[in-house]
Design a protein around this ligand. Structure first.
Ligand SMILES: [Zn+2]
Ligand SMILES: [Zn+2]
Length: 285
């Protein structure tokens, strides 16, 4: 298979799901048949299968940061792939904390894992996963694929990364979660596709009234640690990318706000091809 595309599997920002909402963040990057999973929010396993992926082929996973909307289903994805026939190693790049997350997961599933090894003859799941520390700089070079990372502005977290996947033919950049980040323009310079997180400014007061905790803390977090749609659009224009996809959408479940509102929000800041993320959307490169 030589298809090259990004599938946005989960496109909402934040871990909560509610009637009508999208699923939290996960993506499948398919580069000339090589499949790379970027983030493992709730729903990633179903999302991959819905893209036609055989889970036993899972080999490469990146986790941008340790917020649950990006890694809650990491362990369950690997375990489900194992029960679907995974026998080969899975290389995982993630920030500090991923090893502890994995160790805790397999400990919590020890009885089931031991049982399936003894009863079904499966290989030991604990030996199949190799966690690598994700840090800024060049992360991986494999064939003609180069993966690199920069730190984003996502306080209070320090280890949150934007990721660049570049081959001879294709360049895709994920913003990760971030406040407006000037360094992203150089990092994404000339990319075919920038997938950038986005909030809809006009929708935030209603969202806060609906899901807030009675204080201003949630609004303060949004403003300090995330980007508006027009910020993403400005970055895309500054980086001169080929396409912009908005994902990690906040809000994602307010019927009062539609595709039109997102398009209006970037008008005047970006005039290239624009994708407003929906779960399962496949962007051909
Ligand atoms: Zn997030
Ligand atoms: Zn986050």
């Amino acid at each position: 298979m030589s298809e090259t595309y990004v599938a946005l599997l989960g496109t909402k920002g934040g871990p909560a799901i509610r009637p009508g909402s999208a699923m939290p963040t996960s993506n499948l990057l398919c580069l000339k048949g090589e499949r790379i999973v970027v983030d493992c929010g709730l729903g990633v396993t179903r999302g991959l299968v819905d893209q036609g992926m055989q889970l036993e082929d899972l080999s490469t996973v990146f986790i941008t940061h340790m917020h649950s909307d990006h890694y809650l289903e990491f362990g369950p994805l690997i375990h489900t792939a194992w029960t679907a026939g995974l026998k080969t190693p899975v290389d995982v790049w993630g920030p500090q904390g991923m090893q502890a997350n994995w160790d805790g997961f397999v400990l919590s599933m020890k009885a089931d894992i031991d049982l399936r090894i003894a009863d079904e003859g499966r290989p030991d799941l604990r030996d199949l996963v190799r966690i690598h520390m994700l840090d800024a700089g060049e992360v991986l070079r494999r064939g003609d694929l180069t993966v690199s990372a920069i730190r984003t502005a996502h306080p209070p977290l320090v280890d949150c990364f934007a990721l660049s996947f570049r081959t001879d033919a294709t360049h895709v950049v994920f913003s990760g979660d971030t406040a407006p980040l000037p360094a992203l323009e150089d990092f994404a310079r000339g990319a075919d596709l920038l997938i950038h997180e986005a909030m809809l400014e006009s929708a935030l007061p209603a969202l806060l009234a609906r899901v807030g905790n009675g204080s201003d803390k949630l609004m303060e977090h949004w403003l300090r640690s995330h980007s508006f749609a027009h910020d993403a659009a400005k970055t895309a224009t500054g980086a001169d990318v080929g396409m912009l996809a908005l994902s990690h959408l906040i809000p994602s479940d307010d019927p009062a706000y539609t595709d039109r509102h997102w398009r209006d929000a970037v008008e005047g800041f970006w005039d290239g091809p624009l994708h407003i993320g929906t779960d399962g959307m496949r962007i051909i490169l």
